[in-house]
Design a protein around this ligand. Structure first.
Ligand code: NA7
Length: 551
């Protein structure tokens, strides 16, 4: 792990210090935003809860954590020198390597000196008299800024399940989304993992290799395809770098801003043999491109089920015990929850030290100091791993006491689900920007290009404001309403809303069921660029004084 070097001393935080911009979060989004705003000549402070930079890639340090987008595509492209000089070692980078990369970027662009670590933003309030945001932090600090940029991440607010007795577990307990930055050795220990989403699917094979016994408590099985990860051939890397820009441009044209071949035919248009060959080839290649085999796999349940059945067949072929295989076979829409990418996940259930426990037919009764009770049995555990996911897309923002004009709380604005204009701005919250907010492609796209696109759009917007003498920007209510409907219309034309997923908030009890991300990265980019080109259509821009006089 990189050490925490170069952390500057910040002056006494109890006085209200002023900045042009405050950025919340120092992951991929916050760091690049800092770089861009600094280049515009703005004074900027970044607040980061964690003890180091890296965001998602700092927190998710669990065994086996790895990106499901290929390394050559999962990095910044704003600097050609940067993208050429960094050498990735594997097809899919593991968490430590991505974190090393983020540290490299921070060093290269001297970003650390404006990042205040170990500081959680607790409140952000818009002050209409000054036209500035007041940001409060958990160390009692207060800063004021003209712009507030939320770079808080889509999967950063951990979901700790409400299981009776959880807090009484007396042995080691971990959440995959807050994994300690030290070696955790499960050798000789009885370990329980709750959850079978992507984090569990990556960590289970690794934990199983060490544990005396591993119990996996599964409520809903997940679809997963093999990664077929391997070392990156330096020759292939050099070939891509020789024309990196063209490679990136091609990727940005893809629906998810990822470069893979997308089938143009319907899954029903081809013969059984042709379809089998195509699925087998994609399975052998590995990765999420599997579900791009045919054009209609996300359009209808029937089409999707053809691909889903192929995955189920692979599970049955891999897992020797037919009862365990049956439990591992999902029966929902494939890809409706993000498709998992694994290394030896299903084969891990053939190990004699791994037991799959179904907590769907018989839910977890309670956690007791020495284990977990379900189905009338106590599973004694030395360590418990919560791989229970996140309050996605909105959780990190809602956990901050955010108030817009007239003290209007975000919690109230989003009481029936997230509302945003372009996933980047909120009506009633002037000069506040959200990077990869709800209503933008974000988690349905390759996150790094999605982040870069937002950061550049926001910094271009701030530059435009400065060049034109505007001090204040706010999305109009009408534009926001239209955008919210547009996002839902696109989602409703797909199979996505038909099954429970964190895209819909369905994993969090009581959360309104609203599909949060925008489907289709290229369409999105075209739309938001046109809006900027039209002088920020759907926004009101003004000098602060003008607004006050008008009000
Ligand atoms: P996910 O995909 O939200 O998975 C969380 C898992 O935890 C999922 O299997 C849940 O079952 C399970 N869960 C949550 N609460 C409970 C309770 N109370 N009892 C039993 N099981 C529970 O989170 P991940 O961290 O794996 O992945 C998130 C994203 O990160 C992923 O999509 C990638 O993009 C990277 P459920 O399905 O709700 O029945």
């Amino acid at each position: 792990m990189p050490d925490q070097q170069h952390q500057p001393d910040f002056p006494d935080s109890r006085a209200t210090i002023t900045f042009d911009a405050v950025i919340v979060g120092a992951g991929f989004a916050g760091l690049y935003m800092l770089h861009r705003l600094r280049n515009l000549g703005l004074s900027v402070r970044v607040f980061e809860t964690a003890s180091d930079i890296g965001g998602t890639w700092f927190w998710n340090a669990y065994p086996g954590a790895r990106c499901d987008v290929e390394s050559m595509e999962y990095s910044y492209q704003f600097s050609d020198e940067l993208q050429r000089e960094w050498e990735w070692t594997e097809r899919y980078a593991a968490q430590p390597e991505i974190l090393r990369y983020i540290h490299h970027v921070a060093d290269r662009f001297d970003l650390r000196r404006d990042v205040q670590l170990n500081t959680r933003v607790t409140a952000a309030t818009y002050d209409e008299t000054t036209g500035r945001w007041l940001i409060e932090t958990d160390d009692g600090g207060r800063v004021s800024a003209q712009y507030c940029v939320m770079a808080t991440g889509c999967l950063s607010a951990r979901n700790v399940p409400n299981i009776p007795g959880l807090e009484r577990f007396a042995r080691d307990q971990y959440h995959t989304g807050a994994w300690p930055h030290r070696e955790i050795d499960f050798t000789g220990r009885r370990v329980g993992v709750i959850g079978t989403g992507s984090s569990a699917i990556q960590s289970i094979p690794m934990i199983a290799k060490q544990a005396e016994h591993l119990y996996v408590f599964q409520r809903t099985p997940a679809y997963s395809v093999p990664a077929h990860n391997h070392l990156l051939d330096p020759k292939i890397q050099a070939r891509i770098k020789a024309n990196y820009k063209a490679f990136r441009d091609r990727a940005r044209k893809g629906r998810a801003a990822i470069l893979f071949t997308v089938g143009v035919k319907s899954v029903f248009e081809v013969t059984d043999e042709e379809r089998e060959r195509e699925f087998q080839t994609r399975w052998a290649n590995g990765g999420i491109q599997f579900l791009a085999a045919y054009a209609d796999l996300f359009d209808t349940v029937e089409a999707n089920d053809v691909a889903a059945e192929f995955i189920r067949r692979k599970i049955r072929e891999t897992v020797k015990d037919p009862n365990v295989a049956a439990l591992l076979c999902p029966n929902t829409i494939a890809g409706c929850k993000r498709l998992c990418v694994d290394t030896d996940y299903f084969a891990t259930y053939n190990r004699s030290n791994v037991t799959l426990v179904d907590v769907n037919s018989s839910p977890i009764d309670e956690i007791v100091p020495n284990g977990l009770k379900t189905g009338g049995r106590l599973y004694e555990l030395d360590a418990l791993v919560l791989a229970t996911g996140f309050d996605a897309m909105t959780g990190a923002l809602r956990r901050i006491d955010m108030r817009g004009k007239g003290g209007y709380p975000l919690a109230e604005k989003w009481a029936d689900g997230p509302r945003s204009y372009l996933g980047v701005a909120l009506a009633g919250f002037p000069n506040l920007f959200t990077i990869t907010g709800p209503g933008s492609p974000s988690v349905l796209a390759n996150m790094v290009p999605a982040i870069e696109q937002h950061v550049e759009w926001i910094s271009d917007c701030i530059k435009y404001m400065r060049d034109h003498g505007h001090e204040r920007i706010e999305a109009t209510r009408e534009a926001e309403d239209d955008w919210v409907s547009h996002v839902q219309d696109i989602a409703n034309a797909s199979v996505y809303p038909s099954c429970d997923s964190w895209y819909l908030g369905a994993n969090i009890p009581g959360k309104p069921r609203v599909f949060a991300p925008y489907i289709g990265f290229p369409d999105y980019v075209e739309k938001v660029d046109a809006i900027a080109h039209d002088g920020y259509r759907g926004f009101e821009l003004s000098r602060h004084r003008e607004t006050q006089l008008a009000g």
